[in-house]
Design a protein around this ligand. Sequence first.
Ligand code: B12
Ligand code: SF4
Ligand code: SF4
Length: 259
Amino acid sequence: MKDFLAEILKESCIEYYGFCEFSALEKELLNCSAKLRLPLNSATVITLLFPYKVLEEKPLNISRYAAVEDYHFVCEKILKNVTDLLKQRYENFQFEWFIDNSPINEVKAAVLSGLGVRGKNNLLINEKYGSFCFIGEIVTDYKIQTVNNLITNCINCGICVKNCPSGFLSDKNNKCLSAITQQKGELSQKEIALIKQNKSVWGCDICQNLCPMNKNSSLTPIKAFINSYRNEFKEDEDFKNRAYTWRGENVIKRNLKIM
Ligand code: B12
Ligand code: SF4
Ligand code: SF4
């Protein structure tokens, strides 16, 4: 199985992947409808990284993850293809892919799979791509031998916590600016001020841009991200296939007006 995976993932441009036991994540499954898709007797989680930093300079008014084609679609294509190949080859086993809309705590899965450390900014930080990578996984009832990776943390410098504009990283009762930019309806004066001050109409990258472990992080080799890159959200842009599309045009356009 490991050799077969290595071969098909190489073809898909996936450089970082690893395995962890499903049982290590089972007790903390996130509450979402995708839970119903988990295979019966899930045994192994195959975790994959999808780096997405296209340029060294940061985009002008959106976060990096929103500057490329919606990662759900880009990663879905790769995950679906790999899953189909696995199903064909190991027809007596079940394989289900997830990304973001997943019952798995993906950061934890990635750390347990040996793909990086867990940052104080909540994110997975990989040795090559830093935290600028999405996490996807394939869950299977096939038992793959895993190494027992322990949860390892970042260097704990505290820069992210100190500079988090909303205070989310020091107190989860505060809302993350990324969540505020995605919120429908009216925003409070405090939320409006946060969008203005931090000049982001979608997402927030402050805790990533300042993280020393992201210094010199590599650019993505994934063509679909490179080819779809836009460094700014504009009022009249083509609105299709972006990470902000699912919230409808009004939310991001409201944020642009605020700015
Ligand atoms: C809901 C969600 C959000 C919400 C809430 C985030 C949150 N942290 O609560 C909002 C909208 C705010 C959000 C924002 C972002 N998100 Co988000 N989000 C998710 C989602 C769907 C679920 C996260 C979750 O609820 N986890 C469960 C809770 C319990 O985990 P937790 O909050 O980390 O809590 C744990 C820690 O506190 C930890 N802990 C305890 N003690 C300690 C001590 C230390 C030192 C540390 C580090 C941790 C720690 O224990 C808790 C339990 O395990 C995941 C996908 C997934 N299925 O995992 C993506 C995901 C985490 N998000 C992702 C991204 C990219 C982002 C943004 C960077 C997007 C942006 N640029 O705006 C920001 C970053 C915000 C931040 N720094 O946290 C990526 C992260 C990739 C990576 N490299 O890690 C994910 C994995 C999606 C994906 N498939 O790629 N997100
Ligand atoms: S994304 Fe922004 S608001 Fe959210 S935790 Fe990071 S710095 Fe704080
Ligand atoms: S800024 Fe410092 S504390 Fe925060 S994630 Fe990066 S290394 Fe860890």
